[in-house]
Design a protein around this ligand. Structure first.
Ligand SMILES: Nc1ncnc2c1ncn2[C@@H]1O[C@H](COP(=O)(O)OP(=O)(O)OP(=O)(O)O)[C@@H](O)[C@H]1O
Ligand SMILES: Nc1ccn([C@@H]2O[C@H](COP(=O)(O)O)[C@@H](O)[C@H]2O)c(=O)n1
Length: 239
């Protein structure tokens, strides 16, 4: 399978805790290299929004599991304009509220929710003929264990909180840090596909890097992987 530009298709998995730069990096890398882009956190937020909107008790995993198959979640994978809708409603704004952010870890820990969303993610990745960058928490470990390249982004909690509070117009950095550390702890300690670095992932600590430096680092890693694939395919063709 080849991309429009003639390069082999690549599947890139980017995981890491909150605020490490997964979305910003993944979007930019995908746009630069002509790949599709999937924000899997947006899908978990979308199903959480649906649960809240339908009055499902978020503290009751059985209640969440019973309706996990109902919402129809559609993700648009253009890195220049990613979209997310639930049952035909554009939820790009509502999924970013404090309420959804506070509840998403509980909903995403329910195994029935993960099975449903993981299937959706694999279907989207399979359909991306030219390749895709998929970002989340369990992409390299569970969703796409055969990805061509796995990256695990990290950054100190202080750096991540400063980035996030900048986004929230100078919100209290300490409170922001506590909230993201709490969410990471919940995501890392759940039983089903927790936030974790895959054994074969390349770890990039972004604490002291600018976003542009991280993007360049990941673009280089993808290009190297593509060159490797071209060599392997060339050898196969020559046999
Ligand atoms: N290396 C960096 N240096 C400074 N700011 C950065 C860097 N990387 C990302 N940012 C900024 O930090 C904020 C969080 O980045 P981003 O949303 O990409 O993180 P994330 O890992 O996807 O977070 P989440 O998992 O919570 O969605 C954004 O405002 C982004 O512009
Ligand atoms: N692969 C993933 C991606 C996300 N989650 C859960 O969704 C939450 C929101 O993610 P953001 O990237 O939008 O911050 C996250 O805290 C996880 O609970 C997940 O479980 N698996």
């Amino acid at each position: 399978m080849e991309t429009v530009a003639g390069s082999p298709a690549v599947i890139v998995a980017i995981d890491g805790p909150s605020g490490t730069g997964k979305s910003s990096t993944s979007k930019a890398v995908a746009a630069q290299l002509g790949l599709r882009y999937l924000d899997t956190g947006a899908q978990y937020r979308a199903i959480t929004w649906w649960m809240v909107h339908h009055g499902v008790d978020i503290t009751d995993p059985a209640a969440i599991a019973a309706v996990a198959g109902q919402p129809e979640i559609v993700s648009g994978t253009d890195p220049a304009a990613p979209t997310i809708s639930v049952d035909g409603t554009d939820v790009a704004g509502p999924i970013r509220t404090q309420e959804v952010t506070a509840k998403v870890s509980a909903v995403s820990a329910v195994p029935e929710v993960r099975t449903r969303i993981t299937e959706l993610q694999r279907t989207i990745a399979r359909a991306a003929e030219g390749g895709i960058v998929v970002e989340g928490r369990d992409i390299g470990t569970t969703v796409l264990p055969d990805a061509d390249l796995k990256i695990f982004l990290t950054a100190s909690p202080e750096a991540r909180a400063a980035r996030r509070s900048g986004e929230l117009n100078g919100a209290d950095v300490k409170a922001t840090q506590e909230a993201l550390v709490k969410r990471d702890a919940a995501d890392s300690s759940r039983k089903t596909s927790p936030l974790a670095k895959a054994g074969d992932a390349v770890e990039v600590d972004t604490t002291d890097l600018t976003l542009q430096q991280v993007i360049e680092c990941v673009v280089t890693l993808v290009e190297e992987r593509r060159e490797g694939k071209t060599l392997v395919e060339g050898k196969r063709a020559a046999r």
